[in-house]
Ligand binder design. Structure first.
Ligand SMILES: [Zn+2]
Ligand SMILES: [Zn+2]
Length: 266
């Protein structure tokens, strides 16, 4: 199967490879198209995101490379927009909406950086209740979709990355499921994201199987993304993800091409 990847990070944010190195790798892997989605500028934590002053250079470099590689690989300029960022959607070909932080009581908690920091968030801001943290996280996911009107919802249940959430409990499933239905009112395209697997934290992609079934039931479409921070991971776990989608009952996945999002058979 041939794939596309819209969730990729370069040296403009916390990725290891340049834009050009990623393009070369995508051509090598015979990919259908490639989109860049470096982290939007987050004033609350500037260690992982793109610098505000680099937005222009980022867009200009990708535009130049789009022309250079025309006819060989369709390339798109996207952005992974965090809840705590302000952007102009018109500046990008597409936007992925993701939540990476919870700011509460004046404290900024990164929620997907490490198990230690997520535990700190649960203990310091939610009195030790993982469920209360999940509730707040999913509120922000819904808000981000409502306010940003993105093209894709990024790693919907990334708070499960470190297995600190009671993922199978009735209470958690209810919170996540209700949030998914609410989010889908504003954006009906979600990604299946393999980034937690390539970094060794998980064995399965986000969203989990229950949520994928709910996406299908709600008429949502799915794009397959690797959230790659290295060019070698551009298509990491894609064949396996396609298999999971088929098992859930999806008959196609969505892929961004020059004419827009198109459905590819699974
Ligand atoms: Zn992210
Ligand atoms: Zn990402």
């Amino acid at each position: 199967m041939r794939f596309s990847n819209l969730h990729t990070h370069t040296t403009y944010s916390d990725g290891k490879n340049t834009v050009r190195e990623n393009i070369e790798a995508a051509i090598e892997k015979n990919m259908l198209s490639l989109g860049f989605s470096d982290h939007s500028f987050t004033p609350c934590d500037q260690s992982y995101c793109m610098k505000l002053e680099n937005y222009g250079r980022y867009r200009a470099e990708i535009s130049e490379l789009k022309r250079e590689y025309e006819g060989r690989l369709p390339i798109f300029t996207g952005l992974e927009k965090d809840y705590y960022s302000e952007i102009n959607n018109e500046d990008f070909d597409y936007v992925i909406a993701s939540v990476h932080y919870i700011i509460k009581d004046g404290k900024t908690h990164p929620i997907d950086h490490s198990p230690e920091l997520q535990t700190c968030c649960i203990n310091e801001s939610f009195f030790g209740s993982a469920l209360d943290m999940a509730k707040r996280y999913f509120e922000l996911v819904v808000e981000n979709a409502r306010l940003s009107r993105p093209d894709v919802i990024g790693h919907f249940d990334v708070i499960n990355k470190f297995s600190l959430m009671p993922e199978d409990s009735e209470a958690y499933v209810k919170i996540a499921s209700e949030a998914l239905v609410e989010t889908s009112k504003y954006c009906k395209r979600f990604e299946i994201n393999t980034g937690g697997i390539s970094r060794g934290w998980r064995k399965t992609p986000y969203p989990n199987r229950n949520l994928l079934e709910l996406l299908l039931k709600n008429g949502c479409e799915v794009v397959i993304n690797s959230d790659s921070h290295k060019a070698e991971n551009l298509d990491f776990f894609f064949e396996e993800s396609a298999h999971i989608l088929r098992e859930v009952g999806f008959e196609s996945y969505s892929c961004l091409m020059p004419c827009g999002f198109v459905k590819m058979p699974l």
